[in-house]
Design a protein around this ligand. Structure first.
Ligand SMILES: [Fe+2]
Length: 327
């Protein structure tokens, strides 16, 4: 497969190799926690399935992990930092056939779809599809702050070997996002007995989560150690619930800039609306429905496109991400 055409300057990496489904090796997680287990309110009105978060599992072979380590090491030279994450790289799928394959492989998506219990698809915002976090050089900074994701489902894959790593823990709040945010606001921290930290047994292990409904972070390193994770996100079409990406376009514009975000946002709007229009054609456009209902439903089907068109009319906001140096 040829490299997908990316933004200017997104050249193919020297370390890149073609994707091959033979890099996949599925080992189901031992445990999947449901939102109900996190608390009565944890699902909220916009959960796509009962799934909250899994225990760590593997889905890549050792050779797949080795390739990924080289690709991530090369990409570190393009790292940026934002208000929330000190060191990250997005858009690697445009510079690597391997990463593009990782983001779109039908076998992987089908397998993760079962884990998600939701009809996830490759993310139309390719900058969300593969986002790479690096531990910052400044050890006082967390790798990532407490947050819920602006994507529906994602995995967090440990790329580097976590053996002997002090700190750099992936943590999540065992409770509803809103309760966790309120506790952080009030106390500045979360009760230790409600914070869980899955142990990644080695490189190539991942957790999978309904990230917009799970409050999580990655803590600072307590001593220097290599720490690279891939956050791979997916899009979820749903008859009633908007994928969180639909309403977070202003942040995408601030993080990635308009040259990226207006293109990827338009692609997202097109795919989201297409799914809604397909459903409209199959289930809503029938002869028993009063014309006013039809019109309302048809208009609702294109809401993602209307919302994105409005973005073109809004002034660009100041960027919140800037390049950072190689460690
Ligand atoms: Fe996240």
């Amino acid at each position: 497969m040829a490299l997908v055409h990316g933004p200017p300057g997104y050249d193919r990496l020297a370390s890149d190799v073609s994707w091959d489904a033979a890099y996949l090796e599925f080992r189901p997680p031992e445990r999947v926690y449901t939102l109900d287990e996190l608390g009565e309110e944890a699902a909220g009105p916009n959960a796509f399935s009962p799934v909250a978060i899994t225990e760590p599992f593997r889905f890549l072979t050792d050779e797949g992990v080795r390739v990924l380590q080289e690709i991530c090491a090369e990409l570190e030279g393009s790292a940026r930092g934002s208000d929330r994450i000190p060191k990250f790289v997005r858009g690697g799928v445009y510079r690597s056939e391997f990463l593009w394959g990782l983001a779109t492989d039908p076998k992987l998506i089908a397998w993760l779809r079962e884990l998600a219990q939701a009809p996830i698809e490759p993310h139309p915002v390719s900058h969300h599809a593969v986002h790479i976090n690096y531990a910052p050089d400044d050890l006082s900074l967390n790798v990532d702050q407490w947050h819920a994701d602006i994507t529906s489902f994602d995995y967090v894959l440990m790329v580097t070997d976590p053996h002997d790593m002090k700190g750099g823990r992936f943590e999540y709040f065992f409770g509803p996002v809103e309760e966790g945010k309120a506790l952080l606001e009030r106390d500045g921290e979360l009760p230790a007995d409600r914070v869980r930290s899955p142990q990644f047994p080695g490189p190539g292990w991942a957790i999978f989560q309904q990230g917009h409904r799970v409050l999580h972070r990655a803590t600072r390193l307590e001593e220097p150690h290599e720490r690279v994770t891939i956050v791979g996100s997916f899009f979820t079409p749903h008859p009633q619930i908007d994928d969180p990406t639909a309403t977070t376009m202003p942040r995408l514009r601030r993080v990635d800039g308009d040259a990226i975000a207006l293109v990827e946002g338009s692609r997202f709007a097109a795919v989201a609306a297409a799914r809604k229009l397909e459903r409209f054609a199959a289930a809503t456009a029938d002869f028993d429905r009063p014309p006013e209902d039809l019109r309302t439903a048809l208009r609702e089907s294109i809401a993602d496109v209307e919302r994105m068109l409005a973005e073109f009319d809004r002034e660009p906001e100041p960027p919140i991400a800037a390049p950072v140096g190689r460690r």
